[in-house]
Design a protein around this ligand. Sequence first.
Ligand code: FAD
Ligand code: AMP
Length: 475
Amino acid sequence: MADSFDVIVIGGGPAGYPAAIRAGQNKLTVACIDEWKNRDGSPAFGGTCLNAGCIPSKALLESSELFHRALHEFATHGLKLEGVGFDVATMQKRKAAIVRQSTQGILTLFKGAGVTPLTGHGRLLAGRKVEVTGHDGAKRVLEARHVVLASGSEPTPLRGVAFDGERIVDSWGALEFTEVPKRLCVIGAGVIGLELGSVWRRLGAETVILEALEQFLPIADGQVAKEAARHFKKQGLDIRLGAKVAGAEIRPDGIHVSYTDAKGAQALIVDRLVVAIGRRPFTTDLLGEGTGVTLDERGFIKVDDHCRTAAPDVWAVGDCVRGPMLAHKGKEEGVTVADRIAGLYGEVNYRTIPSVIYTAPEIAWVGQTEEQVKAAGRPYKTGSFPFAASGRARAMEAGAGFCKIVADAATDEILGIHVIGPMAGELIAEAVLAMEYSASTEDLQRTIHAHPTLSEAMHEAALAADKRAIDIPNR
Ligand code: FAD
Ligand code: AMP
């Protein structure tokens, strides 16, 4: 194997592996180093997203949602199912197979693009040298014209709550439960906490989510958060706001979780505790002496708008740099950097990164919330369309939620689109494209949407922004 490459990528998650593939497509010689090891000790590319994040969580969300619907919705369709039950072992096996297929697929893609995969730890040294320590401990030093750091993130631990890997776990542990906990507590009502809480709640766990903030889901549009809270409550998710967790202790009768809220000190006894209070950049032993790469006060690798670090020809992408910790944000940064290295054009539009929460109803948005537009003092208008008025949604027994558009009152430019409802994560793609092209609500109004589809909700919301909706009364 060569010991000199045009590009070396450290980290093979959704930021690093696309960077490597695009570099290969650009006819550059490239190696991608990844140290991920699964619980059975086997190495796997794909990082957090494929092994312990996006993909396994969506597999379990799908299985648990199907069970929930079989129990609570099928009868409405006139479907009679007897003895509906589930087997966690089969669910987990299915999930593991999906993960394996995805992670092994990366190696096939690498082969196709001419990427050299290396398993082990990568450490940047001065002068764009990279020390690789294989899982067997063997070390070698490689050289590169460009290095892309894509070392990702790790769960933020909570002081006073020690992981034991079985009963007190992080998000990865919560995706590996082999049985449904009777009493579950999730700390943190962020995206990950809500998704994991939903999985186990649907399968029958009494689920309490403790959230330090007084406001529920402040990252989402206020109306969306309100609607979501209503549905989650109905589903039996016990979300306690203003609840700051102080510590947890494993005792014979369960895990004692202590927290404080407006009423003072509180306690809760549960069988499993999931800490989902956010993620922090992971850069452990990534940077040797004199690399010139700098970190900010929160531990993120400092980069400019084009993902350039302070060191020449060293780039950084994904969760280890500023911006939302999302797989698609990292992927876009990765391919953009690989294009720039090849002398091609590349730019990430940070204003149009969609967010999705895969709960039921699903939540997705792009751009600014109504609150953000209001706070900016910009004159605006909004248009909303409830899925209850969508023929397709009603036929799907999925009339909960709405689609909402926020637009500039003077120019009609779309500033944000917010969806809570069926397939919100798929519907938002149209909104992202619209905003990418700086569309106006009129552009969406004049775009033909197939009938009957869920996407008509977006069309009608755009019409509603000018009080011209057809399928709902305009107010
Ligand atoms: P990572 O995926 O963390 O990958 C980094 C890789 O680099 C890892 O394999 C790591 O082992 C390796 N590495 C680190 N340092 C070194 C080194 N020095 N040498 C060699 N290898 C190294 N995002 C979404 O967009 N959609 C979702 O639905 C979603 N769901 C999620 C659900 C959960 C439960 C979690 C935990 C996260 C979820 N995320 C989701 C977030 C998403 O997983 C991350 O944003 C994404 O994985 C970041 O990609 P990355 O490549 O920057 O880092
Ligand atoms: P996210 O960053 O989207 O994954 O969300 C993590 C959530 O955890 C945030 O809403 C935080 O407010 C919340 N959080 C952080 N620390 C605590 C704590 N000690 N107790 C309860 N919730 C917390």
